[in-house]
Ligand binder design. Structure first.
Ligand SMILES: Cc1ncc(COP(=O)(O)O)c(C=O)c1O
Length: 402
């Protein structure tokens, strides 16, 4: 006899296209920093559905919203053909919590679409000339965004690309490649845009060097093309600031956000707003009214409960403990790095990393890999020191036997 979880996994494998399942977790419910599966096991969640559930699970104010919409009907509407209060409210909030030059918002369904529309806004103003992305970047899987995705070969095989150039993503201020961007422009002319994550997510939880991001900003201003920052995984408090670019003292021209926001959002300065009826639109707009209402409430909860501050504080605490674990197991762990609660632990090799991910799962801790041999730590921003200790105890035991 198969358990309910096993049945779900078997049925998924039978009917769904293969994707990126890490281990046989089937999610039934959640509370706080924990997730429960269909056989009743609870797991401490240190990946937050890939940084999408930053306020944790079963927050009473979110549950209240879900209850409200169960009585209204018409929850999924064509939100960019007809007006909705939820879209207007969420857009207003996003303008208020981003730099003052960013004045307009386009809400869509996913992170990839947020990137897709960011690059479309840039092409609209600059023409169909190449854009620039970074090696080991991840920006989604729609064909435009995928062109600038570079984290794994399997994601790109046989798919066509739009014209583009790539530059090295520099993690150290001493990296001689920091000058490469302007060299590229000298050779090829200014691009339509540059697209970057301040902390590479899928590429291995790698924070960019300050000088690198500042240089990109300077060069894009000098040659007058937009700096697009992808905040899809790093945004809304994950790095100990609301947006990761705040660590770098720069403001982008366009932000792509999603995940924790519950919907996709392209937030732009007036300069890159296409401002033309029909240039962009989508049936579902920001998913549906419930998603947009939950997205707005998520931001309000992050503000009200000081979760950005908690992310910074708990991030420091986690990093210190992880540094100690690294000291204890130098034969397994080669690097601990990150910003706030976006922390990568790099292993000597992929085999060890994969073993630890699975061992943690077996012992009730959810972590995910990223890059080639890194584990990402991205717990909900509500996490407490006690929960971090509990998770890291499971993690350390797994490293010990790896
Ligand atoms: C930095 C970044 N950009 C874009 C995306 C794509 O988002 P989605 O999967 O919602 O399309 C992701 C998803 O992991 C991401 O981490």
């Amino acid at each position: 006899m198969f358990s309910k979880s096993e049945k779900i996994v078997r049925k998924t494998k039978k009917y769904c296209i293969k994707t990126t399942y890490a281990y046989p977790l089937t999610i039934k419910s959640g509370k706080g920093c924990y997730i429960q599966d269909h056989v009743g096991e609870w797991y401490l969640d240190f990946n937050t559905n890939v940084s999408s559930c930053n306020i944790g699970y079963f927050h009473p104010e979110i549950q209240e919203i879900l209850g409200k919409y169960s009585k209204l009907g018409a929850h999924k509407i064509a939100g960019q053909d007809f007006y909705t209060e939820e879209q207007a409210d969420l857009a207003e909030k996003l303008v208020k919590i981003t730099p003052k030059e960013l004045e307009k918002v386009f809400l869509i369904n996913s992170g990839a679409e947020a990137v897709e529309n960011a690059i479309k806004f840039a092409f609209r103003k600059k023409g169909p000339i190449p854009g620039v992305g970074c090696y080991r970047g991840f920006h989604g899987r729609t064909l435009g965004a995928l062109t600038f995705t570079n984290s794994k070969a399997v994601q790109k095989k046989n798919f066509p690309e739009i014209s583009h150039n790539s530059i090295q993503f520099c993690t150290s201020d001493d990296d001689p490649n920091i000058g490469q961007f302007e060299d590229l422009i000298d050779r090829e002319g200014p691009p339509a845009f540059v697209l970057v994550e301040c902390v590479q997510g899928e590429g291995g939880y790698r924070p960019a060097s300050k000088k690198f991001i500042k240089t990109i900003r300077k060069v894009s201003k000098k040659y007058d093309f937009p700096l697009i920052i992808d905040e899809i995984q790093s945004g809304l408090g994950r790095t100990g600031k609301l947006w990761s670019f705040e660590h770098y003292g720069v403001n982008p021209d366009i932000i792509a956000s999603a995940k924790s926001l519950q919907v996709g959002a392209t937030i732009t300065s007036k300069k890159y707003d296409p401002d033309e009826e029909g240039a962009v639109s989508s049936t579902w707009g920001g998913g549906h009214r419930i998603d947009m209402a939950v997205g707005l409430k998520t931001i309000e909860i992050i503000e009200k409960e000081n979760l950005v501050e908690n992310s910074a504080k708990m991030g420091k605490y986690t990093m210190k403990r992880l540094d100690e674990i690294k000291e204890n197991y130098p034969e397994h762990i080669i690097d601990v790095r990150g910003l706030g609660l976006m922390i990568g632990v790099e292993f000597k090799d992929k085999r060890k990393r994969d073993f630890v991910v699975n061992e943690c799962f077996k012992n009730g801790l959810l972590v995910l890999g990223c890059g080639f041999k890194t584990i990402r730590f991205a717990p909900p921003l509500i996490i407490t020191p006690k929960e971090i200790d509990k998770g890291l105890e499971i993690f350390e035991s797994a490293v010990k036997v790896s």
